[in-house]
Write a protein that binds this ligand. Structure first.
Ligand code: SR1
Ligand code: MG
Length: 402
């Protein structure tokens, strides 16, 4: 019989106490459940008179956002923990440290990042993060290169990929991102005001063709270990530091899916700017900053990835002249397509983004939704012909002008 049960605050405190070296011996500990995501419990355990603290994240056997009618495997806690450990080894500065875990109770004890801000929140507040593109570009280049057939032994990669078989969470993505927005589904969620847009998404067969190509890549291309849900709610930021959290959707998939997730979410914030009541100048400055951030994510990824390739390539055949350029140009096309899919799902699908949903006025919110859809559709539609990051920027700017 499984010992699994959701932890109580008291159990979380006992657990915290059992982690060696985290709290002074007689510290008085307090615990709050602070999970506000879609899937898990998150306990914040703090010591009363010192700055010591930890996080305990525990999976529940269903999707919290929907309820017990949507069962989800607890194995995702093991996958998340293993992904955190793998990513932390590759990028120690950019991923929280794991202090302990139980696969049976589906929890992970990890570094507390309370002094950071969730990036989505920071962007909504108009904060600038000048180091973000460099940091996330490095995270993407290193994690994707070192878990691919380019950067690791190919037999070991197959064994590692076996530990990241993640059917339940991949199914969420397959349905919510690559299928539901293009058909009638009880999962979908959008206001009457954009019913015309939803109808276009359901009937546009040329768009369906492009989405199907991207969906097939997601289903079949085990290129590297992906974070799998790299939106701005999975990233903690400070002006000088970035930490990537929440890799429970991790699996071996196409690299562009992670890069596209970051860029798509920056572009969702870009699209939201029209709905927030800032003056023209502020809005234009924020939009320009977001475009430069999106551009920077790609350019830092690309330069980092090329450097790792040139210095650490494990695969002899990949030294073939022209192959590096070809490989990177394919990742760019995928990045654009996946970014577009991610934008579309956040407007008409089950799970939205606060950047747009919390816009106070109906008209401003609708304008932002339409803009996000226009950009998303354009990126999906044209992804196979994209040659450079400038092409992506041009598509975004054209789609924004209607
Ligand atoms: C049922 S889970 C909904 C969404 O939340 C996660 O963050 C993923 O993006 C997923 O698609
Ligand atoms: Mg998450």
């Amino acid at each position: 019989m499984s010992a699994y049960h959701p932890l109580s605050a008291e159990e979380a405190i006992q657990l915290a106490r059992s982690i060696p070296g985290r709290f002074p011996e007689h510290a008085e500990l307090e615990c709050r459940e602070i999970g506000d995501g879609n899937l898990n419990l998150v306990f914040h355990v703090t010591a009363k008179n010192t700055a010591d603290s930890i996080i305990i994240k525990q999976a529940v056997p269903y999707a919290k956002v929907v309820g017990e009618s949507w069962p989800l495997s607890l194995d995702r806690a093991r996958i998340e923990r293993l992904a955190l450990e793998t990513e932390h080894k590759i990028c120690p500065e950019l991923v929280p440290e794991v202090y302990g875990y139980s696969d049976e109770l589906a929890y992970t004890v990890m570094e507390d990042l309370s002094e950071y801000t969730i990036m989505r929140r920071g962007l909504i507040e108009g904060q600038a993060y000048p180091k973000f593109a460099e940091h996330i570009g490095e995270f993407l280049a290193r994690t994707l290169f070192y878990t691919s057939d380019l950067g690791m032994n190919q037999q070991e990669k197959k064994v590692l990929a076996g530990q990241f078989v993640n059917p339940d969470l991949c199914k969420i993505t397959e349905d919510l991102i690559f299928e539901d927005p293009y058909r009638k589904s009880d999962n979908n969620n959008y206001s009457e005001a954009i019913e015309d847009e939803a109808e276009v998404l359901r009937s546009d067969t040329e768009l369906h063709f492009e989405v199907t190509l991207l969906r097939h890549k997601f289903l079949t291309q085990a290129q590297a270990l992906l974070h799998g849900d790299l939106h701005t709610g999975s990233i903690f930021v400070k002006p000088d530091s970035t930490k990537v959290i929440d890799p429970e959707f991790a699996f071996f998939g196409p690299m562009g899916f992670d890069i596209g997730a970051v860029i798509g979410n920056l572009l969702l914030n870009y699209a939201s700017q029209i709905g927030w009541s800032s003056d023209e100048q502020t809005r234009a400055a924020r939009e320009a900053r977001l475009i430069e951030m999106a551009r920077g994510v790609w350019t830092h990824f690309e330069s980092g990835f090329r450097l790792l390739w040139n210095e650490g390539l494990q695969d002899e055949m990949s030294r073939t002249a022209g192959y590096q350029d070809y490989y990177i140009s394919q990742i760019l096309k995928d990045t654009a397509g996946f970014a577009g899919c991610k934008m579309i799902r956040r407007i008409v699908g089950l799970s939205h983004v606060a950047d747009i949903d919390t816009i106070p006025g109906d008209k401003g919110r609708e304008a932002a939704q339409r803009k996000a859809l226009a950009i998303g559709k354009s990126l999906v539609r044209h992804h196979r012909s994209i040659q450079s990051i400038d092409d992506i920027v041009t598509l975004v700017e054209q789609a924004s002008q209607g």
